[in-house]
Design a protein around this ligand. Structure first.
Ligand SMILES: [Zn+2]
Length: 318
C-alpha cells in the first residue's frame, strides 16, 4: 500500500514538472540590448584607451552573439578641449561599422526634472550635433531617442510638451522594459580596480551577472502579470567598464534563460510599446512596464520584489 502511494506521488510530481516545462517553453523570450551614454561612461578610468577598450570588448561580443544593439549617444562627450575629438567620433564609427544602431541621448544628459521644457529642448537638438553627420557618413539616419535618466516629465504638461517636440522632429522613442542598476555595480567595480583589489572586482562582476539574471526573471513575470504575455524586452545597460569585461557572461546568461537577441526595430513590433498609455507623471525614471502598470491603476504590491544592489556594493561606493 505504502509503495503504491509513493508511486502515485512520484507520478504526480513528474506531471507537475512536465507541465511546468511545457509552460516555460510557451513563453516568448526575446530581448533587445541597448547601451547608453556613448561614446563611453566611466568614473575612474576616463582616458581614451579605456574608451576604446570598452568599445572593442562590447562590439566583439555583440558580433560573436549576433546582437544588433542600440547605442545612445551624448554628443557633448565627443568634444575635447572645445573641439570635436576624432578618436571619440571613431568610437561611434566602429559601432556603425559593426551594424549597430545609434540614438540621440541628448547633448549633455541633463535632468529634465530640474529644467523647463524650453531649456531642455535645446539639449535634444544639440544632441544631433555631429551625430547626424556621423550617421550620414555611413548612409544611415538618426531615428531614435532615449530619454536621459528615463525621465519623461514629472507633470502632464511637461511630458506632453516633450513628446510633441520629439514627434515634430520625427523621433521614435527607444523604450526600456528592463531597468536596473548596472551603473552602481560598474562604479563599485571601477573603484575596486582603482584600488588594485582584483578579488573584490571579480566578486562584484560575478554578483552583477546573478543580479541581472534576477532582474530579468522579475521583469519577465511583471510583463506576464500585467500584459498576459512576455513582451519583446528592451534592456538598459551602459557603455561602462563592467559591461565591457562581463558582456560575454551577460549575453550567455540571457541565452541560458532561453532568450534570443533582437534589434530595436524588431522589439518595437510589440504592440504594447505603441498601444499602451503612459500617464506616470512623477520624477522617477522607471521601466515602461511600470509606467503602464501605474497608468492601469496598479499600486503597492504589484511593484514589489525588484532585485536590489547588494549592501556591500552600495556601502563601498559611499
Ligand atoms: Zn544615460
Amino acid at each position: 500500500m505504502r509503495k503504491k502511494v509513493i508511486k502515485i506521488y512520484l507520478i504526480f510530481i513528474f506531471c507537475i514538472q512536465f507541465l511546468k516545462l511545457l509552460h516555460s517553453q510557451d513563453i516568448n523570450r526575446e530581448i533587445c540590448i541597448t547601451v547608453d551614454d556613448l561614446p563611453y561612461i566611466t568614473k575612474y578610468f576616463k582616458d581614451i584607451k579605456t574608451g576604446q577598450y570598452i568599445t572593442d570588448r562590447l562590439l566583439t561580443a555583440f558580433r560573436k552573439y549576433g546582437v544588433t544593439a542600440l547605442g545612445s549617444v551624448n554628443s557633448g562627450k565627443l568634444i575635447t578641449n572645445g573641439n570635436p575629438d576624432s578618436e571619440k567620433i571613431n568610437i561611434l564609427n566602429k559601432w556603425l561599422d559593426s551594424e549597430m544602431t545609434l540614438a540621440n541621448h541628448t547633448y549633455a544628459h541633463k535632468n529634465y526634472n530640474r529644467l523647463f521644457f524650453s531649456e531642455f529642448k535645446n539639449d535634444i537638438t544639440d544632441g544631433e550635433m555631429y551625430l547626424k553627420d556621423i550617421l550620414k557618413g555611413k548612409n544611415k539616419e538618426l531615428k531614435y531617442f532615449r530619454h536621459p535618466h528615463l525621465y519623461r516629465g514629472e507633470t502632464k504638461e511637461k511630458a506632453d510638451s516633450l513628446q510633441s517636440f520629439l514627434d515634430s522632429l520625427g523621433y521614435i522613442i527607444a523604450p526600456v522594459s528592463i531597468d536596473n542598476s548596472d551603473y552602481i555595480f560598474s562604479w563599485a567595480y571601477e573603484k575596486a580596480l582603482s584600488l588594485n583589489n582584483d578579488s573584490l572586482a571579480k566578486r562584484i562582476g560575478t554578483d552583477y551577472i546573478s543580479y541581472m539574471g534576477e532582474v530579468l526573471d522579475y521583469y519577465e513575470s511583471q510583463s506576464i502579470n500585467l500584459l498576459g504575455y512576455n513582451i519583446k524586452h528592451t534592456l538598459l545597460t551602459h557603455a561602462n567598464l563592467l559591461n565591457a569585461n562581463f558582456i560575454e557572461e551577460l549575453l550567455a546568461m540571457y541565452i541560458s534563460k532561453g532568450y534570443k537577441f533582437i534589434s530595436i526595430e524588431e522589439a518595437l513590433e510589440d504592440r504594447s510599446y505603441t498601444e499602451l498609455k503612459d500617464e506616470f507623471y512623477k520624477k522617477s525614471g522607471i521601466s515602461w512596464l511600470h509606467r503602464w502598470a501605474y497608468t492601469m491603476g496598479k499600486r503597492g504590491d504589484f511593484f514589489k520584489g525588484e532585485p536590489e544592489v547588494p549592501v556591500y556594493i552600495s556601502e563601498f561606493i559611499k
